[in-house]
Design a protein around this ligand. Sequence first.
Ligand code: ATP
Ligand code: MG
Length: 253
Amino acid sequence: MSLEVRGLTKRFGGLVAVNEVSFSVRNGEVVGLIGPNGSGKTTLFNLISGVLRPDAGEIYFEGERIDGLPPHEIYRRGIVRSFQIPRTFDRVTVGENVMLSAKGQRGERPYVAPFRRLWVRQELELAEEARELLEFLKLSQVARNWGSEVSGGQMKLTEIGRAMMGRGRLVLLDEPAAGVAVPLAHDIFRTLVRINRELGTTFLIIEHRLDILFEYVQRVMVMHEGRLIYDGDPQGVSKDRRVVEAYLGGEVG
Ligand SMILES: Nc1ncnc2c1ncn2[C@@H]1O[C@H](COP(=O)(O)OP(=O)(O)OP(=O)(O)O)[C@@H](O)[C@H]1O
Ligand SMILES: [Mg+2]
């Protein structure tokens, strides 16, 4: 089992943003997480990645309890997340951006830094790995461009590249295709599926464009007002009365 969440609850004052949510994700799955605005999806990601501490419940990653651990420790164990608004640095090139997340390794530890040979070799290995990854993501052409110069879709792919360089085994993506043109959104999802197949990475993906998402995932979880109201195949989503009411209610109210 990759991820297991039991009775997870997070309150903001009187608001229960995540309400006794339980589910599990198997290694190698690609799972979509949907729900109307404000239903608690990003908060759930913040809890899993350690940005927020739950008020109740437990989170296990690969069999070990991780709730309450600091974000860097959860990241070190292999859970990587992207943010809803891409955090790509404007004054850094696409290539450097992808490299950056692999940093904080040997060369930067003061007691290893003197052994220059050690970390030069590691830097070269990282550079080679980043080069391969950029090629894999079809970003090689823009690797030397500034973050501010590339398209929204390329920025999204850069963000995914950062997550991959961070050696994520479980990658949490918050709207990886938001605000990009439809063909590019498909490109992004195809890339994710390719990463999943070739590297075995497990994905949990928040996405508002259901028609696109449903083409690429076998399983969808639906949140509404902090609760998990559906967990099953994409075909069943539109036939589920609670889900339909949640979305209609959201649009009317
Ligand atoms: N730091 C916070 N402090 C107070 N309330 C918050 C905080 N973060 C989120 N909320 C509230 O918790 C609820 C769930 O928010 P969340 O961002 O998790 O929703 P979401 O499903 O990601 O929505 P969207 O689809 O719009 O991104 C919302 O009512 C939101 O206003
Ligand atoms: Mg959100």
